[in-house]
Design a protein around this ligand. Sequence first.
Ligand code: PLP
Length: 356
Amino acid sequence: MSTTQANKIEINKVATSKINQVDFDNLNFGSVFTDHLLECDFKNGEWQTPVIKPYAPFLLDPSARVFHYGQAIFEGMKAYKDEQDSIWLFRPDENFNRFNSSAVRMAMPEVPEEVFMNGLNELLKLDHEWIKKGLGNTLYIRPFLIATGEGVIANPSEDYKFMIILSPAKAYYSGEVKVLIAEHYSRAANGGIGAAKTAGNYAGQFYPTSLANKQGFQQIIWTDDATHTKLEEAGTMNVFFRINDTLFTAPVSERILDGVTRKSLIDMAKKEGLDIEVRPVLVSELVEASKNGSLKEIFGAGTAAVISPIAGFSYRDEYYELPKVSDSFAMILKEKLTNMQHKLIEDTYGWTVKVS
Ligand SMILES: *Cc1c(COP(=O)(O)O)cnc(C)c1O
């Protein structure tokens, strides 16, 4: 792979920014994009020169493999602005490495670090005005890679397109989240693609989730595909359970995505002196804990919502409501993590990385 071309970035700026048309107080998550995007094509076995250019639709051949065989991966990250107007990323190396693990699993070329990291840094510097200061204001970063090669032949593509798009976001409150524990559908299986951040994992969730929505549940808690007895993920987030004063989360596996939020919360819980156990949690344990009153909290963890508390769960037509706890672990951890990301408290972990 040629790194000489990937090292330099071509920059074509917009004539006029559209930032003044954006109402930053009323942003629907993931629906507004900044002025520019980063694009880098993979052709003839080589990464081409990355280009930063105005955000716009683009053309693809109708036979492009991404449309037919779903060779598509992505990442979700955020940028934050501190009180001194510096821009920060949170553990970006984790996203970069996971992106390339996903690429390998989907038989796609790995993206060079210069393209991903330098490209992202340059893009953020150019669109820096889109990152607002203050807790709760973030810029959601969506890197993705798609197979653009032509031909409806069921082989991996020869050509690919890597892009990064940016979307300003407000902290979002998901409201009351009631979840349904999966007994039939599965998100992932051993030997499958559950550990990769690939488009198809999301597409496969839409239908079972819509069925759950019709029953009045906002999300599904996925269980292991073989026995449906182990709790694995909440929608597209990792999931934590608090029984008495111990926090539990499942170990990552081929079926569970290795979330950056999840691993950060585990380390933070340890440092904060909270009791945390990483081990498979059974549906039966959860039901039992709810019945005897020891189940205190369930929450999802992921970059977009950070932490999403769950109000109750349904299993085998029985609804189990969670108590309202005042000393919520979810809130303690969320506050600490978001304050650290916004540089409002010291980052004693070395997780925050300055964009320069
Ligand atoms: C992205 C994702 C997560 C959360 O990962 P973060 O790195 O914390 O954002 C969890 N589960 C699934 C299935 C995901 O796709």
